[in-house]
Design a protein around this ligand. Structure first.
Ligand code: FES
Length: 132
């Protein structure tokens, strides 16, 4: 009976972790675990913790230097992280990575589009590909 306990713990840990794969043509792909459920970690924070060289400056959604392209890998139409902050939405509009029509669509479908700011995007439970 005691032998099954560690297995249950590790199965639970596995279920509560999202896999984030960082990809850039200049570097080897790196896949890391992100603890899901807390919904507090940004893509940039996870990247920095794992020495993934995503460019950044302000870390506050102002400069746009941490622009990344995000794809959900589970094939279930996942939402690719938490919703856009007002700052993120404004910066992506300025950068031409989001259109006003897409912003209006997001109000209806609550489905973030592929371009995100790594310092603003909160990781949720889905496995992601992050191109930087
Ligand atoms: S680091 Fe400036 S917007 Fe993300």
């Amino acid at each position: 009976m005691h032998r099954s306990f560690p297995y249950q713990v590790s199965a639970r840990k596995w279920k509560n972790m999202a896999l984030i794969t960082f990809s850039n043509p200049e570097y080897k792909d790196k896949t890391v675990y992100a603890v899901a459920g807390s919904h507090t970690q940004t893509v940039l924070k996870i990247a920095r913790e794992h020495q993934v060289p995503i460019a950044f400056d302000c870390q506050d959604g102002e400069c746009g230097s941490c622009l990344v392209r995000v794809t959900a890998l589970d094939g279930k139409g996942a939402r690719m992280g938490g919703p856009l902050t007002d700052k993120e939405r404004a910066r992506l509009l300025e950068l031409g990575r989001l259109t006003k029509a897409e912003v209006e669509d997001m109000l209806v479908d609550d489905f973030p589009r592929e371009w995100r700011l790594a310092c603003q995007m909160i990781v949720r439970d889905e496995d992601l590909l992050v191109e930087y």
